[in-house]
Design a binder for this molecule. Structure first.
Ligand SMILES: [Zn+2]
Length: 282
């Protein structure tokens, strides 16, 4: 894996009326007027060997330290690098977990009570404490060798702690959110339903970088459909190294080319370091 040109990293404001923090992989924490929304948190990163061979255990102390507050937690799909830490964040913050029925089963396996679980079918207009959200049915992107990794559903609660292979992707959602007036779309796997994202303008688009080359027009089409002021690149770094370590680009992710593509499509691009944040006004 290659080091990332430090010149690509965000040098603008790190706080504002809205603060968006990137947690690594497709994880984000958006805070507006003291209300915090968390998407796809995954900070409990073990080494490659441990992740592939051992049960996966959320690092509760790290999560409580890094993510002390949440008013809602949304998950785009049930793969471990998007879902593993979400129930633990809900437990210590009291937030509700929103995701597919597969994600709800992960919450049950962890031991979250039913009143903190919302299993979505897609297209619901959800009222959250702090905003509203719509899960738009999507597809999992093709990542390496034009294939979807760990396909399938999680029809019943998996063993806990789970192994990587227990966490199949389930129904995939592109989340559209209005959080305290800031509109955000979150694409956590490099695909989306072009018809469903059309006509949903946003302020910020969180866009997955891994696998984008397998989806023709991936960057241009969603930027034209949603007209974001800012596109934040995510899911571009190797996620076996511990949270907070120097990020390295995943094989096949041409980060500078992605940034260029975003700009050509007419939006500003931001690349954060894992754990880093950016501020937005108004
Ligand atoms: Zn995935």
């Amino acid at each position: 894996m290659r080091r990332v040109d430090p010149g690509l990293f965000w040098r603008g404001a790190t706080e504002g009326a809205a603060t968006l923090r990137w947690l690594g992989v497709a994880g984000f924490a958006l805070t507006v007027r003291q209300r915090t929304l968390i998407l796809d948190p995954y900070l409990s990163r073990g080494g490659a060997r441990a992740t592939l061979t051992r049960p996966l255990v959320p690092d509760e102390a790290l999560l409580a330290r890094e993510l002390p507050h949440a008013d809602a937690v949304l998950v785009g799909h049930a793969h471990y690098d998007h879902s593993l830490d979400a129930p633990a964040v809900c437990r210590h913050t009291g937030a509700t977990l929103y995701g597919s029925s597969a994600v709800a089963n992960i919450g049950r396996a962890y031991g979250l009570p039913e009143h903190q679980l919302v299993a979505c079918q897609g297209h619901e207009q959800l009222r959250l404490p702090g905003g509203e959200a719509v899960p738009l049915p999507s597809r999992h992107g093709r990542v390496y060798f034009n294939r979807v990794t760990l396909p399938g559903d999680i029809p019943t609660p998996p063993p806990w702690p789970p192994r990587m292979g227990d966490l199949r992707h389930g129904q995939v959602f592109t989340w559209w959110v209005d959080w305290q007036g800031l509109r955000l779309m979150h694409v956590d796997s490099a695909d989306y339903d072009g018809a469903l994202v059309k006509g949903r303008p946003v302020d910020v688009l969180c866009l997955c970088a891994i696998g984008r080359r397998y989806r023709p027009g991936y960057t241009e089409e969603i930027i034209q459909a949603t007209r974001p002021r800012l596109v934040v690149a995510c899911h571009w770094e190797g996620f076996f190294s511990p949270f907070g370590s120097t990020p390295r680009a995943l094989p096949g992710v041409a980060l500078a080319g992605f940034v260029e593509e975003i700009r050509r499509a007419g939006a500003s691009a931001a690349v954060l370091e894992p754990g880093g944040s950016l501020g937005l006004d108004g």
